[in-house]
Design a binder for this molecule. Structure first.
Ligand code: C2E
Ligand code: MG
Ligand code: MG
Ligand code: MG
Length: 292
């Protein structure tokens, strides 16, 4: 009987595994055509200054709507793309669209920067820094207005090579953010050696105050202090409640991002919230709706 049960379980795993494989190959196949079929969009999530909560930047986040599969989450399709050269094409598309949007915001007189997420594979592609410089030139965007986000996963690979690549990128004038810090991949020693400008505290650290009262505040506090001591700007991700905002602010963190300030939205929804570069806007601007 036990043997039979074990066999059923093995079969269930087999069915599940087959489903995963099928889903994976479907996604890979469909993703190959997503760009030319115009199924990809960027949404922009505001980054706000704290404590004023004024938007100062925006993170470009990729969205894929497939006619029959519906909306596929980046957490699902980015890893699929990363297994092949597809990620380089997707990444190039994202970078170009983000810079185009940035150029349009700057032309409209908004004081804003835009960040783009980078896969390790893109970072290690031949002459990636050259590609970035080309796109900046194409849209005539000042390089310091662009932030490239590298995850801690990239840190797990060859450290010397990573430092070289980041230094090269920074040579173009763009700023580098270390994304998802505190999620558990890179060490403090590595952080000291990485040529980065912004430290993004992972939402898991920021969300803790709700789940384990009193425990996370010291962690957020220490990471903010560490970042500042290393001369970095510190940005807390995934701020979803006023309590979380309070913890982050008390820690001295001056940049925040999260559902409390708005989810990723189409560029035009964010526009009215952005600050003018020069003279303040005198006409009243309608408050945009931020949708999940
Ligand atoms: P990430 O770069 O850490 O982006 C932040 C993610 O957290 C986004 O999910 C965002 O919608 C979500 N988020 C924002 N505020 C909150 C909040 O208050 N609470 C919670 N629980 N979540 C919040 P999204 O858009 O699904 O992206 C997931 C991940 O996919 C990103 O994590 C990034 O690693 C990757 N990704 C997205 N777009 C791109 C892209 O263009 N290129 C690459 N290489 N990766 C991308
Ligand atoms: Mg990011
Ligand atoms: Mg993150
Ligand atoms: Mg993430």
């Amino acid at each position: 009987y036990a043997k039979q049960r074990g066999k059923n379980r093995v079969e269930r795993y087999q069915v599940r595994y087959d489903e995963l494989l099928r889903r994976h190959s479907t996604l890979e196949h469909e993703l190959r055509h997503a760009i030319e079929r115009d199924e990809l969009r960027l949404v922009f999530q505001p980054v706000v200054a704290l404590p004023s909560m004024r938007p100062v930047g925006a993170e470009a986040l990729l969205r894929w709507h497939h006619p029959t599969l519906g909306n596929v989450r980046p957490d699902e399709f980015i890893p699929v793309a990363e297994e092949s050269a597809l990620i380089n094409r997707l990444g190039a598309w994202v970078l170009r669209q983000a810079c185009r949007q940035l150029a349009s915001w700057l032309a409209a007189g908004h004081d804003v920067w835009v960040s783009v997420n980078l896969s390790p594979k893109e970072l290690h592609a031949a002459d990636y820094a050259g590609q970035v410089a080309d796109v900046l030139a194409e849209w005539d965007v000042p390089s310091q207005r662009l932030v490239l986000e590298v995850t801690e996963h990239a840190v797990a690979t060859d450290m010397d090579e990573l430092v070289r690549r980041l230094a090269e990128l920074r040579g173009t004038g763009v700023r580098i953010a270390l994304d998802d810090f505190g999620a558990g991949y890179s060490s403090l020693g590595q952080l000291r050696d990485l040529p980065v400008d912004i430290l993004k505290i992972d939402h898991a650290l920021v969300a803790e105050p709700e789940s384990r009262t009193g425990m996370a505040a010291p962690l957020v506090d220490v990471v903010v202090r560490l970042g500042h001591r290393l001369g970095l700007e510190v940005l807390a991700e995934g701020i979803g409640t006023p309590a979380q905002r309070a913890v982050v602010e008390e820690a001295g963190c001056r940049l925040g991002q999260g559902s409390l300030f708005g989810w990723g939205v189409p560029a035009e929804h964010l526009e009215a919230q952005l600050r003018p570069l020069r003279a303040p806007v005198t006409r009243p601007v309608p408050a945009p709706r931020s949708a999940p």
